[in-house]
Design a binder for this molecule. Sequence first.
Ligand code: FUB
Length: 475
Amino acid sequence: MPQLRRRLALLVSALAAAGTVLAIALFAVPSASAVETGVWYKIISRHSGLALDIRDGSTEPGAELNQWNDTGARNQQFRFLDSGGGYHRIQARHSGLVLDVWNWNADNGATIAQYDDLNGTNQQWQIQESGGYATFVNRFSGKALDVWEWSTEPGTRISQYDPAGGANQQFELVPVSDDGGPSPTLPGLFADPNITYFDGRYYLYPTTDGYPGWSGTQYRAFSSADLVNWTDHGVILDVAADVSWADNSAWAPGIAEKDGKYYFYFSGGRSSGDTRKQLGVAVSDSPTGPFTDALGHPLVSAGSYAGQAIDPAVFTDDEGQSYLYWGQGASHQVPLNDDMVSFDASQVRTYDPPGYNEASFVIERNGTYYFMWSENDTRSEDYRVNYATSSSPLGPWSAPAGVILQKDPSQGILGTGHNSVVQAPGTDQWYIAYHRFAIPNGDGTHRETMVDRLYFNADGSIRPVIPTPGGIDPI
Ligand code: FUB
């Protein structure tokens, strides 16, 4: 570790000499004026040798900062978000929340906890060089992060105190290097993932990607007990072989279960004649197929509604009523009939929220319905997810509530969108599946599927997702 400290000291001195502030990265700092914002760090107390830690791994706003034995867990990993003026927020990796001087208390001894990122001055820290270590001074209070009362005990709170240059205010920044690099949740090229849970297992139904013009014909199913280790169940439907009215463009499916049967909603196009996409439904006795075209004709024919007939998704409420969502260019929403393969056309509602492009998906939590969609073109690195809320699964929907998933160039993550969301049964833990440009060298037809955590704020709003290079740990 002396070598690490030497690197930090050199970097900090250079930055301080330039009249700048801060110094955070130990490795791969391109220049003295640049900050490595894509790096996660452990922050180790010089005095105790313990790691800064969000207590009990809580993801709730208000959970306190303390010191603990170095476990390598994500509640002990932090990164630095530039607030300008030489200050940074310190973001906890497991929760996405940032370190906050609680209640704007400028006193010595105030609580330091994690909170929603509001970029308040009580969340902004200057990282000062201190004998080869880093000292974090809060912009609002002028106090330094401080291991309270010089304790060496795990569990001791980290508070703030007048900067005094003591070892209990000095910390070593250790880059986390155990990610193993970027890797997708599903190996290979898969996009538009529809995630769900049936009878003890999670399932993913994606587009098979990597074809020019998204011309693939096959759908596959994957299942997992822990959202990390996925079993490939092979091809469950091939539109070229199994569907009379389509021979390509097997895009972005959705799925639902009713009375022991599984209904698979999919889009398909033709390579000649009228090539517009249409939306169909197939049925099986198993979530892993094989699926058979239920109608022998499209459920939604090209031209029946505004925009492209693609991107189906189903939400089923607690009473067992299912709703179908689809559309590109406009979002169409309708209750499905009990047979799951038809609907009353007079009931179709159409929405076109500002920014809406495609990939409607709906969930319900605590009586609020969340309608999510993707903005921009899937070939753009700015493909991203926004959402609206309602007290009904068919709206009317609020104005767009804010982007909840977007690229993170600092991590090389681009083109994040076409999401779906699943709740771990019996918990308030939620997971978002989405695709991004494959890393490296991906683009709008070479995309890969990820699963990350999705959190709600106390007011029910959705917290922006932190896209990770390598996904979540097994649940
Ligand atoms: O994968 C083909 C198309 O790209 C999907 O239908 C859209 O949502 C976009 O992701």
